[in-house]
Ligand binder design. Structure first.
Ligand SMILES: [Zn+2]
Length: 380
C-alpha cells in the first residue's frame, strides 16, 4: 500500500488550528494542501461520468466511433453541463456522449483503471465505482463481460496505486425489474471474483418510483448482496422512505430530500444509514439551489452519517478535495467535522467487517498524522 506519511512540502508554518475551529480560518493554500493529502474514501462515483476527455477521444478514434469534438477542452466543456442545467434529465445528457464509447472490453478496462489512477493522485485509499452494466452491452458485450472488464481495470489499478476498490452494479429505474434481477443474479454469481460490493438503483427517480423494483431488492437481500439506492435527489422524502423501508437500502445516494422530513432524518440517524452526499452534482441537477443551501452540514451536525462524494468527476467537473473545500467554505466546517466526514465514508465501505474496520483505523491514523505533521491541532 502507499506510504501515507505526509510529504514534507506541506508542513505548515502556522499557529495550530484548534480542532473546533473552522477550517475556513486556514489560508487557502494550506487548506487546499491539507485536503489534497487527506486520506479519502469515495463511495458514490459513476464510471461513465468520470472518464478522462482525452481518453474518450482516443477511444472514438481507435474504434471509429462518433464524438462531437476531438478537442479535449471542448469535449470536457460539453460533458460538464455548467450552471445552465437545472434538472437531472439535463445533467444526464452528458452520458449520451460517454456511454457509446464504453462498449469494448479494452475501453471499459482502461477507463476503470484511469479513474483509480486519478483518485490515487488525490490520496484516495478506497474507491467504490458504480455503473449500470446494461449500458455497456449496446456494442455486443454481455453484462458479465462488461463487469469483468471493469473488475480487471480496478484490480490492475488497485495493485499499481495501492487503492482498495469495489464496484457497485446499478439497476435502472426506467427498465423492467427483470433487468435489475439480472444485475442482482450477476452480482451474486461473480461478485466475489470481480469485487462487487453492492447493487444500486439509479436513473429517473421522479418518473419511476422505487416500488417498481421491490423484486430486485428482495432478491438482493435474499442473496446477501448489500444495497444502496439513489433517493431524495429528484423526488421528495417519500422516495427516501420507500428506499429504506421497501428496498431495505443500507445507504442512500444523495438523500437531499431528507431535509423535508425531521422524523425520517431521525430514523436515518438511529439506523446509522450512510448518506452519500454529492454537493456540486446536487446544484447542477437542481436538487438544491446552491452549495450554501446544501443540507450536508446540517445533516452532519444532527448526527447523520454523511459521507462526501463527487457523483461524477468529469460531468460535474469536480474532485473529492474540491467538494470538501466547498462545504468548508460555505458551512464553516471544523477540523473535527472534516475528520467525522472522513470516518463516516470509510465506515460506510461495502467491505467485509474486519477489512472495513482495519481500513477505518488506518485512515483515521493517517488523518491524525497529517493533522500533526501540518502543525494543526490533533486534540479532539
Ligand atoms: Zn449518482
Amino acid at each position: 500500500m502507499r506510504d501515507q506519511a505526509p510529504q514534507s512540502g506541506i508542513v505548515f508554518d502556522v499557529v495550530p488550528l484548534h480542532s473546533k475551529a473552522p477550517m475556513h480560518d486556514l489560508p487557502d493554500s494550506q487548506r487546499h494542501a491539507f485536503l489534497q493529502q487527506m486520506p479519502k474514501a469515495e463511495l458514490h462515483l459513476h464510471l461513465d461520468g468520470s472518464a478522462r476527455a482525452e481518453t474518450l477521444i482516443e477511444i472514438a478514434r481507435a474504434e471509429g466511433r462518433a464524438i462531437p469534438t476531438h478537442d479535449p477542452v471542448e469535449l470536457a466543456r460539453l460533458l460538464h453541463p455548467g450552471p445552465g442545467v437545472s434538472t437531472l434529465r439535463d445533467y444526464l445528457r452528458a452520458f449520451d456522449i460517454t456511454v457509446p464509447l464504453m462498449q469494448s472490453e479494452e475501453a471499459i478496462e482502461r477507463i476503470a483503471h484511469e479513474l483509480i489512477e486519478d483518485c490515487a493522485m488525490e490520496n484516495h485509499l478506497y474507491v467504490e465505482v458504480r455503473y449500470a452494466p446494461v449500458f455497456l452491452t449496446a456494442g455486443g458485450l454481455t453484462m458479465e463481460q462488461a463487469v469483468r472488464a471493469v473488475g480487471r481495470g480496478l484490480d490492475r489499478a488497485s495493485t499499481a496505486f495501492g487503492v482498495r476498490t469495489r464496484q457497485i452494479l446499478c439497476a435502472m429505474r426506467h427498465l423492467p425489474s427483470s433487468e435489475g434481477e439480472a444485475v442482482v443474479d450477476l452480482a451474486a454469481r461473480i461478485g466475489d471474483d470481480v469485487g462487487v460490493g453492492a447493487v444500486d438503483l439509479a436513473g429517473a427517480e421522479a418518473e419511476f418510483p422505487a416500488e417498481l423494483h421491490r423484486s430486485t431488492f428482495d432478491r438482493a437481500r435474499a442473496a446477501g448482496v448489500p444495497r444502496t439506492v439513489h433517493a431524495g435527489e429528484a423526488a421528495g422524502s417519500e422516495s427516501v422512505r420507500v428506499a429504506l423501508t421497501t428496498l431495505h437500502a443500507q445507504r442512500l445516494g444523495h438523500g437531499t430530500a431528507l431535509r423535508e422530513d425531521a422524523a425520517l432524518r431521525e430514523a436515518v440517524r438511529e439506523e446509522g444509514v450512510v448518506v452519500e452526499v454529492c454537493p456540486t452534482s446536487n446544484v447542477q441537477t437542481g436538487a438544491v439551489p446552491s452549495i450554501e443551501d446544501h443540507p450536508a452540514a446540517a445533516f452532519l451536525r444532527e448526527g447523520l452519517r454523511v459521507a462526501v462524494c463527487t457523483d461524477n468527476r468529469t460531468v460535474s467537473a469536480t474532485t473529492l478535495a474540491r467538494e470538501f473545500d466547498l462545504l468548508i467554505r460555505s458551512h464553516r466546517l471544523r477540523l473535527d467535522e472534516v475528520r467525522q466526514l472522513t470516518a463516516n465514508a470509510f465506515e460506510g465501505a461495502f467491505l467485509p467487517d474486519a477489512e472495513r474496520e482495519a481500513l477505518v483505523s488506518r485512515a483515521l491514523a493517517a488523518f491524525d498524522d497529517l493533522v500533526a505533521a501540518c502543525g494543526l491541532s490533533s486534540s479532539r
